[in-house]
Design a protein around this ligand. Structure first.
Ligand code: ZN
Length: 461
């Protein structure tokens, strides 16, 4: 593999920015220094006026994911191609255990979905939908041999949620092994009651969807899981925190020293619940995701939480469906598969709306999209940082490039964008994955299958 020398760029880390050159050899960052020079066989990349950032890590994706009777419309191939365009060099997808089957089977299924197809590196969490002794017996193997160290639990969705006993057992057993619980925090029982009420009133339009998942159903589930984290001595990572109320629970528990982490997603920072208020069933259905979009008070709280460190990670929950899949037969909002696309817009949206508008610093953006994800999910310092010895996963970002987000130009297979028409400033212009130029100005120069499975360690923070 050709060695690379990135010259004249501004390297951005979670703490500081500095001018330096980066010499890359054999897929690793070999040297960082000023005025580095090398022989003719090294390819030189001029990064003048560009930011040189650690490759982004998206720890929450659902490629090729069955939901109800449909499947998310991005495969590992198309979803990872969208990732590479946006400087995302690693994703962590959720391998989904089905009831009556083992965790290892879930991981094997997802390996088959991804192997030979992914453009970017990838790892897996496993979603645990069934807890029994044989599942517990698999945990050591998952953590020590499979490189799967995080176990997702649901408090909502009848087909996936664990009862209290199962939840506690899993939390204790993962805690003993120093693994991580990831949690979808919504109170499914309460949500089911609210759904029944709306459907009894024939309120089937998706504009009624958010009213069935109010913020207290999220905050109550967060509170319950905080108790479990405390009692079972296990760190919990909250996926897709959307509301001010849930975040308040997290802030208070963190202040008491409970080991928890919070993730939010671009959609909860950019869009509010007025998006559902559209007469067309299909237009409103585009925004169906769980939890739903919230009001502006929650949006403000999430931005503040990012700036203060209360929110540790921004991931995307990339789980796109075609408009026809979202709209279906327009029976009622419970038949709409939940999820939206986001993998190729996360960094530029947060740069444009967050950094440019002084809500967060560029260093914070790097921290929540690369360094923290790597630390929490056991990839650090191999990934998530620009340091000698780390994988040469690097994004070159042009902070002045203006463009408009549109479904007509996006790479994801999704045929609409929830950010349609939004003007953004800043764009990834080059992605380097393990020392190889993977994308330059939109042109992809690696083949599918270049992305490798990464075995993860335990959390290091
Ligand atoms: Zn998800």
């Amino acid at each position: 593999m050709k060695s690379l020398l990135i010259k004249n760029g501004t390297i951005v880390g979670p703490q500081k920015n500095y001018q330096a050159d980066i010499y890359i050899q054999d897929g690793k960052i070999h040297q960082i220094g000023t005025q580095l020079d090398t022989d003719f066989s090294t390819q030189k990349i001029d990064a003048s006026n560009l930011y040189v950032l650690p490759g982004s890590i998206d720890v929450h994706t659902h490629m090729d994911m069955p939901v109800m009777d449909v499947t998310s419309c991005d495969s590992f191939e198309t979803g990872s191609l969208a990732a590479i365009q946006a400087g995302v060099t690693t994703i962590i997808d959720f391998a989904n255990q089905t009831k009556g089957h083992s965790l290892k089977e879930a991981i094997k299924d997802w390996q088959q979905k991804a192997f030979g197809k992914s453009f970017c590196d990838y790892g897996f969490h496993v979603s645990v939908n069934d807890v029994n002794q044989s599942v517990i017996n698999e945990l050591d193997d998952c953590i020590e041999n499979e490189g799967v160290t995080s176990f997702k639990t649901f408090l909502a969705y009848d087909s996936m949620k664990l009862d209290d006993q199962q939840l506690t057992t899993l939390a204790e057993e993962v805690g003993v092994r120093a693994g991580l619980i990831a949690a979808h925090a919504e109170d499914g029982d309460e949500i089911n009651k609210l759904i029944d009420t709306q459907l009894r009133l024939f309120n089937t339009h998706p504009r009624f969807y958010p009213s069935t998942r109010p913020t207290n159903t999220e905050a109550n589930a967060v509170s319950k899981l905080i108790d479990i984290s405390r009692n079972c001595n296990v760190p919990i990572y909250f996926v897709h925190i959307s509301s001010k109320e849930a975040l308040a629970e997290i802030i208070s528990a963190k202040a008491q020293g409970v080991k928890i982490f919070a993730e939010t997603c671009p959609q909860y920072l950019m869009l509010n619940d007025s998006s559902y208020d559209q007469d067309e069933f299909g237009e409103s259905a585009k925004y169906v995701m769980a939890p739903p979009l919230r009001d502006s008070a929650s949006i403000d709280a999430l931005w503040e939480g990012l700036a203060s460190g209360a929110v540790d990670v921004v991931a995307t929950d990339h789980c796109p469906f075609l408009l026809a899949q979202k709209t279906g037969d327009q029976v009622d909002f419970t038949k709409i598969p939940g999820g939206v696309a986001g993998i190729e817009n996360r960094f530029e949206l947060l740069f444009s709306e967050g950094v440019k508008k002084d809500k967060i610093t560029l260093n914070k953006l790097v921290e929540v999209t690369a360094t923290n994800p790597a630390k929490i999910f056991g990839l650090y310092p191999q990934k998530g940082t620009i340091e000698v010895g780390s994988d040469a996963d690097i994004m070159l970002f042009n902070p002045t490039y203006e463009h408009v987000i549109s479904a007509s130009t996006q790479i994801t297979k999704c045929d609409y964008s929830i950010y349609e028409g939004m003007n953004v400033t800043g764009r990834c212009v080059m992605t380097i994955l393990r020392g190889k130029i993977a994308m330059h100005r939109g042109k992809v120069s690696i083949q599918k299958g270049f992305g490798q499975f990464v075995k993860r360690g335990r959390p290091t923070c």
